[in-house]
Each structure stands twice: as C-alpha cells, then as structure tokens.
Design a protein around this ligand. Structure first.
Ligand code: SAM
Length: 292
C-alpha cells in the first residue's frame, strides 16, 4: 500500500493535528497505522468488488478506505460524532461509503443491510473493534443471525484465543461454545501493539469467524443450552457433577443428576473444559427433557 493511504503514522498524525482530535479511551479508540496489518485483514476478509462490507468503528477511516477500494460498498457504524466531519474529508475520494452515526449495540443492523445492499449480495463484517465491548458486539451480531458470510475482526488476543479454542485448553469456555455454535472460528494472525496509535495495553489478534449455515449440534432450546454450558464452567476446577448440582439446587437432586449423566454416558467427574460441543448438546437436551 502506498503512502497516500490513511494507515501510516505520518498521515494519521497529520489528520489528528488538522482536526485537533484527541483520543477517547472510553470509546476504545486505537487507530491502525500499519499498512501490512491492514493488508492482512483485507486479505482474510473474503471481500471482492462484488461483495458488501460492514465496518464497526471507522475511526478516521484507515480500514474503511481499504474496504472501499476492495469491495463494492461499505457501511460503517461510528458512535463518535467528532469523527463524522473527519471521515467526510479523509474519505472524500470514495463514493461507495455510507457512514451511520449509531451505537452498534443499539443499531438495527438487519434494517441497515436491507437498505444498503442488494438482495442476496454476499456481505462481510470487517473491523478493528473497540476493545471495551468486543464480546457484546460479536454476540449481538451472531445472535441476530445477520445474513453475513463472515466476520473478520481485530480484537484482544486473549478473547480471540477463547473464541477459537478447542476442548481441554485453558481458553476453552462458555464463550467458545457460544461463538462456535454460530461460526467456525480461527485466529488468523497475532499482532503487536506497535501497529496502533495510541498503543493499547493488551496484545491483539485478527480473528476470522465464518458463519455456519446450520449450528453444528441440534439443541432442544438454545437459551437452555447456553445456560447449561455456562453452569458447567461456573467453577472451572469443579467437576461436572458438582457444577450441575449447584446449578440445579432446589430443582433436581444429586441422585437424578447422576442418573442423567449415566444415561447419556458422560462421566460426572469430568470437568466442563473436557466436553465437546456435541457432548454439551446431549447433556443440555437430556436435562431439558427432564425439566419440561
Ligand atoms: N477502524 C479504525 C482503525 O482501525 O483505525 C478505528 C478503530 S478503533 C479500535 C474503534 C472505533 O470504534 C473508534 O472509532 C470508536 O469511536 C468506535 N466505537 C466505539 N464504540 C462504538 C460503538 N458502540 N458503536 C460504534 N462505534 C464505536
């Protein structure tokens, strides 16, 4: 990428100075200033000139600019009003960008997709997310089952590891199951702090989530399934049996819990972190059948 683009330290400083822009830590403002990292995000995002892109938090437009170049149209949600006139200036050369001044957590993304993209057009979400709300944003986007093919995001390394983890690892937990229920998750690349201005306190990774057409397991009730998964990880060092006993206190007794576990062939002395998503689904379905 050549020097005229926004994502260089010199150009970013120039824009910040021109507008006397001061970073708001409370909005997770860490702007990308490294062309190679942007190239990597764009390269993994699955976009081309026929696809639509959605960005969350365009900042001063470093990633937005590359999305405008490499996809058909970009819709970007930005909460910070101060950035709107800046984006109008920095992205003036592109006529395929629509900035929506809204909090992504409150936005009706389905509606925005309908209004901005062609019917059936492949859409990809691409973002350097504000770290203070990474998980709420991703869970909102996944739960709403948006018609998007993938989500490629820069997030904290620790959270990316949790989302892409496999069983029997320290990172594996209820967040892993929640994310992998909707998507296939993979960490694409780890990124040093030096690619941001200002530098964040934590290490970062690029995470790619590919939306599944169908969940990988069949559950009787999704909400119940996720509640049981959470209960099994409530105290990581405790056995499955003990976590379930605490969870069902007053409703299902120890004896009955043992019976259920035995009937589905899952050993109660195992820990939650050793269960596959398939096993969690069998477990949740068995207790659901008992309770309903
Ligand atoms: N995309 C730019 C880049 O890579 O240089 C900026 C990324 S910065 C990590 C996060 C951006 O998200 C900021 O522009 C911030 O103002 C914006 N933001 C924070 N909270 C938001 C929210 N709830 N909804 C929409 N945008 C938000």
């Amino acid at each position: 990428m050549d020097k005229k683009y926004i994502a260089t330290p010199a150009k970013t400083k120039e824009i910040l100075k021109k507008y006397q822009f001061t970073f708001k830590k409370s909005l997770g403002q860490n702007f990308l200033i490294d062309a190679n990292v942007l190239k990597n995000i764009i390269g993994h995002a699955g976009i081309d000139k026929s696809t639509g892109s959605i960005e969350i938090g365009p900042g001063i437009g470093a990633l937005t600019e590359q999305l405008a170049i490499h996809s058909e149209k970009v819709v970007a949600f930005e909460i910070d009003q101060r950035l709107l006139p800046i984006l109008q200036d920095t992205l003036a050369d592109y006529d395929n960008i629509h900035v929506v001044h809204e909090d992504i957590l409150k936005a009706d993304v389905q509606e925005v997709i309908k209004a901005n993209f062609k019917d059936g057009q492949p859409i990809h979400i691409v973002a350097n997310l504000p770290y203070y709300i990474t998980t709420p944003i991703l869970m909102k986007l996944l739960r709403e089952r948006l018609p998007v093919e993938s989500i490629t995001v820069m997030i904290q390394k620790e959270v990316a590891d949790r989302m892409a983890a496999g069983p029997n690892t320290k990172s594996y937990g209820s967040l892993t199951i929640a994310v992998q229920y909707y998507t296939e998750a993979k960490v694409v690349m780890n990124v040093p702090k030096t690619v941001f201005m200002p530098q964040p306190n934590v290490d970062s990774s690029i995470l790619k989530l590919e939306t599944r057409a169908e969940p990988p397991v069949q559950v009787s009730d999704e909400e119940y399934f996720f509640t049981i998964v959470q209960a099994c990880f409530a105290q990581r060092r405790k056995t499955l049996r003990n976590n379930l006993t605490s969870h069902f206190k007053g409703t299902i007794g120890k004896e009955q819990i043992n019976e259920v576990l035995e009937s589905i062939g899952i050993d109660g002395i195992r820990r939650g972190e050793s269960l596959t998503m398939q096993e969690f689904s069998v477990l949740a379905n068995a207790f659901f059948a008992l309770e309903k």
